[in-house]
Design a protein. Sequence first.
Length: 156
Amino acid sequence: MKKVLFISSTGGHLSEMLQLSPLFKKYDYHIITEKTKANLVLQEQYPKKVDYLIYGTKDHLLTYPFKLLANCFKSIYLFIKIRPKVIITTGAHTAGPMCCIGKLLGSKIIYVETFANINTKTITGRLIYHFADLFLVQWEQMLKLYPKAVYCGWIY
């Protein structure tokens, strides 16, 4: 069975990613998100299928670069542990390093641009667009910004 990694930041990105949970039944899946009190319940819902990265936000400019660097190293460890053939992400910053690592080590990358953006690109979307194997947008007008993307409609 194909190993698929689902990764996203917490909050709305995680909420969008969990809309893809029907896919979990079809694959040997694993979930990675940021560790917050609200996300700890995922370990109960998906036993032995969840790992966490350090929660970090760009609002804390002093600590964010260190947390991002730590997450890069932890992402390398988790990639080696999980060895996904496919990485599916709804963003954001938490997923960027894992997608870069995965691409370098042979994983297919599927990126779903967030539902929250209708007329502007996300920072992570700008980066991953250039090397994603499949780049999906949820709004038809986003095809103007990402001409090689595929419109998939809303995942909600």
